[in-house]
Design a protein around this ligand. Structure first.
Ligand SMILES: NC(=O)c1ccc[n+]([C@@H]2O[C@H](COP(=O)([O-])OP(=O)(O)OC[C@H]3O[C@@H](n4cnc5c(N)ncnc54)[C@H](OP(=O)(O)O)[C@@H]3O)[C@@H](O)[C@H]2O)c1
Length: 322
């Protein structure tokens, strides 16, 4: 059944709508009654899964807009149809990384001149807080900051979303890089396993993002998603899993030095991801600061803005793997 549209709500264009996060954004936008447009890139050619997904969105009430990031005019026309643009273009190297392609989208939004809010593809660690990130992982933060600069130079109203750890990647693998299904036998603890990270169900990420769309409190702000019950160390995540399966796992541990040394043998794309795990799990980069501290008045927290959202706890999320 098609979702009921609310004419008072902003019209939304999702770019990258067939992706891991993008498809959740399309569904959440429709569910919240926004007239929702999804970019259909001719480049997807005969990718039957993507085309089927787009058709399913259409059945749900979304409008498909044909435009290409390589075709400026088509992009300007697509942008002119809506009030808000959310971009969820790929940015995980082991899948694909096209963050800088968004500069073309920024150009189109600038020319169109009608956009009330732009959400660039970020949705992880806040790149503004990662100036000292290690090579080669820093490329992700560097590229996301380049897009931010273009947005701000063009005076485009925006919201930046820091969604911390996607649950499927981190909880699925008990916070071990290279794993997305939890073992029932053993786990490698990263260092002491005591640095706190923040895990968020990807469907919840999409819901919080959509809630910010017409909310002036999120305009030109960085919105962090920090569900209070989901701020846990790797050891605490493992304990939750052990309780769910009723069994203690065999534990070994890898010191930071060995973790970093092991990276050298890996492919570039893997190295990028490992650096991100290093900053999150060994250094605790997601929880080493308070939101809004040190004059960061442009930062807000989603669970405080929308306390009515019944977010998924880590334990609830992990039940799916039992
Ligand atoms: N915090 C975390 O733990 C975490 C985890 C994963 C991702 N992320 C972040 O979330 C964001 C989205 O990542 P994702 O994993 O959802 O992305 P994804 O599924 O890998 O890709 C999303 C979409 O990007 C579009 N795309 C890919 N290549 C393209 C190209 N050459 N030209 C134009 N569009 C292209 C495609 O959309 P269409 O075919 O529909 O156009 C694709 O479906 C990224 O910024 C990423 O860094 C964060």
């Amino acid at each position: 059944m098609a979702a009921t549209m609310n004419s008072e709500k902003s019209k939304v264009l999702v770019v990258g709508g067939t992706g891991y996060l993008g498809k959740r954004l399309v569904r959440a936008s429709l569910a919240h009654g926004h007239e929702t447009f999804v970019l259909h890139r001719p480049e997807i050619g005969v990718d039957i899964e993507k085309v089927q997904m787009l058709l399913e969105f259409k059945r749900m009430g979304a409008k498909l807009v044909t435009a290409s990031l390589e075709d400026h005019r088509s992009l300007v026309e697509a942008v002119r149809l809506v009030d808000v643009v959310i971009c969820a273009i790929s940015g995980v190297h082991i899948r694909s990384h096209h963050i800088l392609l968004q500069l073309k989208l920024v150009d189109a939004i600038k020319e169109a001149g009608n956009i009330k809010r732009f959400y660039p593809s970020e949705f992880g660690t806040d790149p503004a807080r990662m100036k000292d990130a290690m090579e080669p992982g820093r490329v992700t933060f560097h590229d996301k900051m380049a897009v931010r600069r273009a947005i701000e130079e063009a005076h485009i109203p925006h919201t930046y979303i820091s969604a911390n750890c996607f649950a499927g990647y981190f909880l699925g693998g008990l916070c071990q890089p290279g794993y997305i299904l939890p073992s029932r036998e053993s786990v490698t603890i990263l260092g002491e396993g005591d640095q706190k990270a923040i895990y968020v169900d990807e469907d919840d990420i999409a819901i919080y993002i959509i809630r910010t769309i017409d909310d002036p409190r999120a305009l030109d702000k960085t919105v962090y998603i920090r569900p209070p019950e989901n701020i846990l160390s790797q050891r605490e995540v493992v304990q939750i899993w052990e309780k769910l399966i009723g069994k203690e796992l065999f534990k070994s541990s890898i010191p930071a030095r060995d973790f970093l040394a092991s990276m050298k043998e890996k492919e570039y794309a893997e190295q990028v991801g490992l650096v991100h795990y290093y900053h999150v799990c060994y250094e605790g980069c997601l929880t080493s600061f308070e939101i809004g501290e040190d004059g960061h008045g442009d930062e807000v927290e989603a669970c405080q803005l929308y306390p009515d959202v019944n977010y998924t706890t880590v334990e609830q999320y992990m039940k799916r793997y039992v």
